[in-house]
Design a protein around this ligand. Structure first.
Ligand code: C2E
Ligand code: MG
Ligand code: MG
Ligand code: MG
Length: 279
């Protein structure tokens, strides 16, 4: 009797693990097919001047139209793509696709001045990556300073990837480097001295509570002072409300992105939004 009572939860536990393993294998398989099946697409979020609301650039963000599952966000598949190696071809597809779209905007007279693309540490470690970047810049006519690559503190935490030298050689190609989600990693301050970067992207967690919470505001102000002191540009993430925007302006911040300006948009939507800005 006792054995029966204890066995049932164990069986349920084992079955739940099996289900998770099967789901993960399905995801892995589906992801491997997705690139060939053309199931990925890119959306673009404007990065704006906080005072005027005018867009200064866009960040490309990948999405997966997974059959039977709807639109899947990068948080649910980038990690798997890093584990199964797909991140390299996927990352190359993202970079080239975003640069191609950027050139279309230039030809259409849309004044998008800069394009930011997120890069995984594994891409940065790939010896072919600088050639890929340079090839895309040339093929799609991006001038020096137009392309920003966003990397996270992860690239430096273990420094498996000789990140400093690799980022320097990318900068020599006219690429700007942004440190994404700044302040959420483990070694924020030492990373700032070790890595050649141009832009700090202040994570949304610092922005969220700033209007109502004095200590959150103090941290945000210190991060802005730090970035100014180091001669870096700062971009605030997660600017969701007018209060966020006003708080950031009062702290001397100039640039941000978030839902108060625009969510990530398809190229078609972005064109409409941009036109609505009177530009
Ligand atoms: P991220 O680079 O920090 O991108 C900002 C994320 O915040 C995006 O989520 C964006 O949709 C979301 N966001 C924008 N405005 C707001 C706001 O006002 N409030 C809140 N709460 N969120 C906002 P998304 O698109 O789901 O991307 C998540 C992360 O996935 C990105 O964070 C980036 O690290 C990664 N990612 C996205 N695209 C790529 C890619 O092509 N390659 C790689 N390696 N990673 C990518
Ligand atoms: Mg980013
Ligand atoms: Mg970010
Ligand atoms: Mg973030």
């Amino acid at each position: 009797y006792v054995a029966k009572r204890t066995r049932a939860p164990l069986v349920a536990y084992r079955e739940s693990i099996e289900a998770a393993v099967v789901a993960r294998l399905d995801l892995d398989q589906a992801l491997r097919r997705a690139l060939d099946q053309d199931e990925f697409f890119l959306v673009y979020q404007p990065i704006c001047d906080l005072a005027s609301g005018r867009p200064t650039g866009v960040e490309a963000l990948v999405r997966w139209q997974r059959p039977g599952h709807g639109v899947v966000g990068p948080a649910d598949f980038i990690g798997v793509a890093e584990d199964n190696g797909l991140i390299l071809p996927l990352g190359a597809w993202v970079l080239r696709g975003a640069c191609r779209q950027f050139r279309r905007w230039q030809h259409a007279g849309v004044p998008v001045r800069s394009l930011a693309v997120n890069v995984s540490p594994l891409q940065l470690a790939d010896p072919e990556f600088p050639g890929l970047v340079q090839g895309a810049q040339q093929e799609f006519g991006l001038e020096a300073g137009a392309l920003t690559l966003e990397v996270t503190e992860r690239v430096a935490v273990e420094d498996l990837y000789d990140a400093g030298r690799r980022l320097s050689s990318l900068r020599a190609l006219g690429v700007r480097v942004a440190l994404d989600d700044f302040g959420t990693g483990q070694s924020s301050l030492s990373v700032l001295r070790r890595l050649p970067i141009d832009i700090l992207k202040l994570d949304q967690t610092f922005v969220r509570d700033a209007p109502d919470d004095e200590s959150a505001r103090a941290v945000l102000g210190a991060l802005l002072a730090l970035s100014a002191g180091l001669g870096l540009s700062a971009v605030a993430e997660g600017v969701e409300t007018e209060a966020h925007c006003q708080t950031l302006l009062a702290l001397g911040s100039q640039t941000g992105q978030g839902y108060t300006f625009a969510p990530p948009l398809t190229p078609e939507e972005l064109l409409g939004w941009w036109t609505g800005q009177g530009l």
